[in-house]
Design a protein around this ligand. Structure first.
Ligand code: AMP
Length: 265
């Protein structure tokens, strides 16, 4: 197999993130060389035309990844939930977190951390799945998961379409959640988007990806992610995996029951 390239973008308003700029958008993928130009153009477009505002700083990073460094994870199954309103959605998210192994106090505390964000971070908060205490030291930056891609982007698109699913948000979130869930020490993830018009969020873990149509009010540009981890998780190792290990996500081997409605994993 020839080398793949990691391509990632981050954009901020005012100035660079590290100089205090406001995070606008980010994106990452793992691609063959032949697809880099198209991906780079799409990422630049995303940074310059974003509903969170106009970026003044944009960084694109492209680097090759040796084939032997690439790991694989399986695409998580989807459990699609219908809920009525944000309060009901968040209630169900707490339930889903508990089903995946997060304690109620930790789920409530982790969600409260997300609710209290004054603005979106670039990455995720890492929180203890037993106590709900925040464990990472990244403050307002968060831990950014990078180097994720689909092992077969065309087949993935067809797979999603065969279930009536699609779109950038879902594809990117599913790939990211599939990598995260495969991380050693991860119990569950909670996410809602920072895109003002995208209210769908999810709870994910090794048992599946629970899609919740309304986890925040439309118009809110504040989103985020919380990764709930085992109390004894090796945080340095986990962070290395999330940030730097290249992971290609494979389609599940069995098709039946991959998408389910109104049940929790
Ligand atoms: P998005 O789903 O892209 O709207 O992102 C929602 C929030 O999740 C962002 O505001 C970030 O806090 C966080 N986030 C987005 N991408 C990543 C990533 N690659 N790794 C970790 N956290 C992320």
């Amino acid at each position: 197999m020839s080398a793949l390239f990691s391509i990632r973008m981050r954009a901020a308003q005012g100035c660079a993130h590290e100089a205090g700029g406001r995070h606008i958008s980010g994106a990452e993928s793992l691609l063959p060389e032949s697809e880099l130009k198209t991906a780079a153009a799409a990422m630049i477009e995303r940074a310059l035309v974003h509903s969170r505002g106009k970026a003044d700083f944009l960084q694109l990073t492209i680097e090759s990844i040796a084939p032997q460094a690439i790991r694989h994870a399986e695409l998580l199954s989807i459990y699609e939930q219908s809920t009525d309103g944000v309060a009901a959605g968040r209630e169900l998210a707490l339930k889903a977190l508990m089903r995946l192994g997060v304690t109620l106090p930790a789920a409530v505390r982790g969600m409260a951390l997300l609710e209290a964000l004054p603005d979106s971070m670039r990455g995720a908060m890492i929180v203890c799945a037993e106590t709900g205490a925040r464990l990472d030291d990244t403050i307002a930056r968060g831990v950014r998961v990078s180097r994720i891609g689909s092992a077969d982007p065309t087949a993935l698109e067809q797979w999603l379409a065969s279930y009536g699913l699609g779109g950038d948000h879902l594809r990117e979130a599913l790939l990211l959640a599939s990598k995260v869930a495969a991380g050693d020490g991860i119990i569950a993830e909670l996410c809602w988007s920072d895109d003002p018009e995208y209210t769908t969020g999810y709870v994910a873990g090794a048992a599946g990806y629970v899609r919740l149509p309304q986890l925040k009010e439309a118009g809110s540009g504040i989103g985020g992610r919380v990764f709930f981890v085992r109390p004894d998780a090796d945080l340095a190792e986990l962070r290395r995996y999330l940030e730097t290990t290249a992971v290609l996500v494979d389609l599940p081997t069995a098709k039946g029951g991959w998408l389910q409605h109104d049940v929790l994993p």
